[in-house]
Ligand binder design. Structure first.
Ligand SMILES: [Zn+2]
Length: 476
């Protein structure tokens, strides 16, 4: 579906040419004309769209969206455009469906250690082209802060971005006091979030959690073995990534975990899970208000039994450097050669994860849309659609899936009054798609257009950015 961008600012100039006036009134008219032309640059009208409400699951048909200064100024029925808006740049929605866009709330931004920001900037477009308008970066680097600030200043197009600091892990944390000091310094450096990795000890975790509460900075991540799921929940992890720690929490006390034989994420142990322990864990998670970032596609692709040689041929691999794809192939093949990814080994584990995901979702634990890109065969932006397909296969409804990409992340960030919905007064970040996404999730894969910080980017522009990125990584 093509969209017509109509610039009507030229009409103003024509009016000026034919109106006789004094020098003073001419000067005033020119001044006002200039001011309204400047304002035109920031304003936007999108006509003939059906607005999907994630709160109610209802659709408001044939609406016109008025966008001003990066916010949704108002939503009016078709044909009711206020006179003051008649001259504003118009995009014809042509019956598209508009929804608040998707999130990648477990992203890994490329590092621009040498000052080269090419891969960072490319990944911004990969997200936008796939309808991802918000990301939470989960492994920080000082170059990410510069990227976020450029995005916020409008110097670069890309999703709204929250940045975690460098990892808390066995190497970076040496004792409780040093862990707490690291929290303080990351907050001062301007990070929005903290990332916990394996290897942190129980007393270190307590000190980090206490410091994070004092600094008012959310933290989330893996559940270190020494900490365990119960302490992680008690310490106030805002999010648990990959549903980590739950399987270990469901194992009978007679099972001892030997990392040498238990496989990645202890996946070899899933058959020994005692499901009768789940209600207690669910209740504890609900009481603590902890969110889950399931990253189903990470496990499907990284630790699944579909071979590396199949994934390496997927069309979206062309948007990343060949070297990165080769590293992914090597990583997965190593596990394949060791026999760790045979179907009979991993199929029960993947089934366990789907069941765990659905049980926890049905119990009301908030889930945030997250695919862990770019990690083994999960290409930024594109991988969100694999995550969506897997959430759907596991049994989540389309409305609930869409909520994980907007409403729930807004709750997570304490921003339910400013984003996560297409609503008057909310930030103008949203996505147009051809079909009703409540009935057809595949329509999300090819946005008709994206509005970010109040700016319109049509499909042609999104596609030309993809083409440019593909050319940058052409293989011989
Ligand atoms: Zn990750």
């Amino acid at each position: 579906m093509g969209l017509d961008l109509v610039k009507q600012g030229a009409n103003l100039k024509n009016q000026l040419k034919y109106t006789p006036m004094t020098f003073k009134s001419l000067a005033l008219t020119l001044l006002f004309g200039l001011l309204s032309l400047l304002a035109l640059g920031q304003d936007l009208v999108i006509t003939s769209v059906h607005v999907v409400s994630l709160e109610t699951g209802k659709i408001q048909k044939n609406q016109t969206l008025l966008v001003k200064n990066g916010k949704i100024e108002s939503i009016v029925p078709a044909g009711k455009l206020p006179a003051a808006w008649q001259q504003v740049t118009q995009v014809e929605g042509k019956g598209s469906y508009v929804f608040p866009g998707l999130a990648e709330f477990h992203a890994h931004l490329p590092v621009a250690a040498d000052g080269n920001t090419q891969l960072q900037e490319e990944s911004m477009w990969l997200y936008l082209a796939n309808g991802v308008v918000r990301i939470r970066s989960m492994l920080g680097h000082p170059s990410h802060i510069a990227l976020r600030d450029k995005l916020n200043a409008g110097q670069l197009m890309g999703p709204k971005t929250y940045i975690s600091g460098p990892s808390f892990n066995a190497n970076s944390v040496t004792d409780p006091a040093q862990g707490a000091a690291m929290v303080k310094s990351q907050k001062q450096e301007g990070y929005d979030h903290l990332k916990i990795h394996p290897g942190v000890l129980s007393d270190e975790m307590k000190a980090i959690a206490t410091a994070a509460k004092a600094e008012n900075i959310p933290f989330g991540g893996h559940v270190p073995l020494d900490v365990g799921i119960h302490q992680a929940l008690e310490d106030g992890f805002k999010s648990i990534e990959h549903m980590d720690g739950y399987m270990e929490g469901l194992l009978p006390s007679t099972v001892t975990i030997d990392p040498a034989t238990s496989g990645p994420f202890n996946l070899n142990l899933s058959s020994q899970v005692d499901w009768s322990k789940l209600p207690n864990l669910i209740q504890k998670t609900l009481n603590q208000g902890t969110y889950l970032a399931p990253t189903l596609t990470l496990f499907d692709r990284y630790f699944g039994y579909i071979p590396a040689d199949t994934f390496r041929l997927a069309p979206e691999m062309k948007y990343l450097p060949g070297l990165q794809i080769q590293q992914w192939v090597n990583t997965k093949k190593q596990l394949e050669r060791a026999g760790m990814l045979n179907k009979e080994v991993v199929a029960p584990y993947l089934a366990f994860r789907r069941k765990l995901f659905l049980e926890m979702h049905r119990a009301g634990i908030p889930m945030i849309m997250a695919s862990d890109s770019p990690q083994v065969f999960n290409v930024p932006g594109f991988s969100i659609h694999h995550e969506i397909a897997l959430m759907s296969e596991a049994g989540m409804s389309n409305l609930e899936i869409l909520k994980t990409g907007a409403l729930v992340p807004a709750q997570y960030m304490g921003a339910t009054n400013s984003w996560g919905q297409v609503k008057e007064g909310f930030e103008a970040d949203f996505v147009l798609v051809e079909q009703n996404p409540l009935l057809d999730l595949k329509t999300l894969q090819k946005p008709v257009g994206v509005v970010i910080r109040g700016k319109w980017i049509g499909r042609e522009e999104l596609q030309s950015q993809l083409d440019r990125i593909e050319k940058n990584h052409l293989r011989n």
